[in-house]
Design a protein. Structure first.
Length: 465
């Protein structure tokens, strides 16, 4: 089926429901949104993927003899189209690891609502449901990553992770493993940053009301939420972007493997390995308070020699990434929030000023990005991205071929024994129970009424909704 184009339309705010007692299991995003080569064979954590920048299929468009990377928009667009069509017409998630280009390869980006100092970046494809992780590297982190998700019923592309998700409520999961190249000196954050949004539009009054209501439901988390600079201010250098971030307790699971020990296999069931591969912290098992303390302690004492495994799935029950919609009793298209822009889940550091106080704004000039994953569904169109990124293929052999036999996700071989399937004691269920009756109707009505961003833009001198 052809990929549907994302429509530009009035964007409605995400409704929220009551604070769940299972807040620790679902994660802070869930509560706020209202609901529950050698490298092709799997690079070791910490191995630089720089070799993936060259090779077959023009992995980075326009590499020159001097080592610079020339941005060829048509080549980047063709690369994204190929990734979109590789799934044979089925709904899929497009995910990329974003990193900065060398200074001599950067080109200014121009477009509606783009800050004056925005430059091109490279985006490495992380194919979904693979048996091997994709090598990634940024300014501050080197390792590998994989994304897995529950395949829709009747899919012609069976996945080895089907039984794993069949025993859990989560619908997708992002896993990262590697070493830090920099010891954090400031505050660390993880969450959503809208790095490609069109900021040439104001914020609706209704959106501020919804923000206050939503923030009241997540008092347990130390959140930073900002709409970002808008209109004329958004076009200036070092404009603030829109953020919804928290501390390192935003990760759902953290495993710290000491230097000299073997980290877990990213394709195994990480919930079943205990501490056999290092200190293993999981919010669902520890509770939010204890987990937050452990996460903060871990990131205050980062070692450049240890290996860190980080997992994120908390919001997966209320964000349908394949269908690109929120599931909060009713289904609301995410294109109405974000138009034609993708989402970025990023981990970054902001150093505190000399007086030790927290910054009241998260400006790009203050940040060190450790991880930045850009993603969207092939159900929507993102035509502006090839002008902003040099898109690259994953190393050859990483992607799982269509129709590959499904194999159950394996346990980690921590004791040298033969691998077995996942434990029958894992969580069950495939999702949250949606609202019914009048509750569903009320959510739908609010979804139509409350808009996060008005349809009119500042450049048109439009009145706020």
């Amino acid at each position: 089926a052809p990929v549907a184009k994302g429509a530009r339309c009035a964007m409605c705010a995400c409704c929220t429901k009551r604070q769940s007692e299972a807040e620790a299991e679902e994660g802070f995003f869930t509560t706020l949104f209202g609901g529950p080569s050698s490298q092709s064979n799997g690079a070791a954590a910490g191995k630089s993927p720089s070799g993936a920048a060259n090779g077959t299929r023009g992995r980075f468009a326009g590499a020159t003899p001097s080592g610079t990377l020339q941005h060829e928009e048509e080549v980047s667009a063709a690369t994204v189209r190929r990734h979109t069509l590789d799934v044979c017409g089925e709904r899929s998630l497009l995910l990329y690891s974003v990193s900065d280009l060398p200074a001599k390869s950067r080109v200014p980006v121009v477009g509606p609502g783009v800050p004056a100092d925005r430059c091109t970046q490279q985006a490495l494809h992380v194919p979904p449901n693979t048996t091997e992780a994709v090598p990634i590297e940024t300014e501050c982190f080197v390792g590998k990553s994989m994304v897995i998700y529950r395949t829709p019923p009747g899919s012609s592309r069976p996945s080895q992770y089907g039984p794993y998700f069949g025993r859990r409520k989560r619908n997708w999961e992002v896993r990262v493993q590697g070493r830090f190249k920099r010891i954090p000196k400031g505050d660390m954050f993880i969450g959503i940053v809208l790095r490609d949004f069109n900021y040439d539009q104001s914020v609706a009054t209704h959106s501020k009301i919804v923000k206050n209501a939503g923030m009241a439901l997540v008092k347990s988390y130390d959140l930073y939420l900002s709409w970002g600079d808008r209109c004329g201010d958004a076009l200036k250098k070092d404009a603030e972007l829109s953020h919804l971030v928290t501390g390192m307790s935003g990760w759902d699971q953290i495993i710290c493997t000491p230097s000299g020990s073997t980290p877990p296999d990213l394709a195994c069931d990480l919930g079943e390995i205990g501490d056999s591969r290092g200190l293993n912290y999981e919010r669902a098992k520890m509770g939010l308070k204890n987990y937050s303390e452990a996460a903060d302690e871990t990131f205050r004492n980062i070692s450049l020699e240890d290996t860190y495994t980080l997992c994120f799935w908390g919001v997966s029950q209320v964000i349908d990434l394949l269908g690109w919609q929120f599931k909060i009793g009713t289904h609301i298209s995410m294109a109405r929030f974000f138009e034609e822009s993708p989402l970025h889940v990023a981990m970054y550091e902001i150093e505190r000023p000399a007086n030790g106080k927290k910054h009241d704004r998260h400006l790009e000039s203050m940040k060190h990005y450790y991880l930045d994953f850009m993603f969207w569904s092939n159900a929507v169109s993102t035509p502006s991205l090839p002008s902003r990124y040099i898109f690259a293929d994953a190393p050859p052999g990483i992607a799982q071929s269509p129709g590959a036999p499904a194999r159950e996700i394996q346990r980690d071989r921590s004791d040298g024994s033969q691998r077995r399937g996942t434990s029958p004691t894992s969580s069950t269920g495939s999702g949250t129970s949606g609202g019914q009756g009048s509750a569903r109707s009320i959510l739908a009505a609010w979804g139509q009424r409350l808009r996060w961003i008005p349809q009119q833009t500042c450049s048109n001198g439009a009145r706020r909704a």
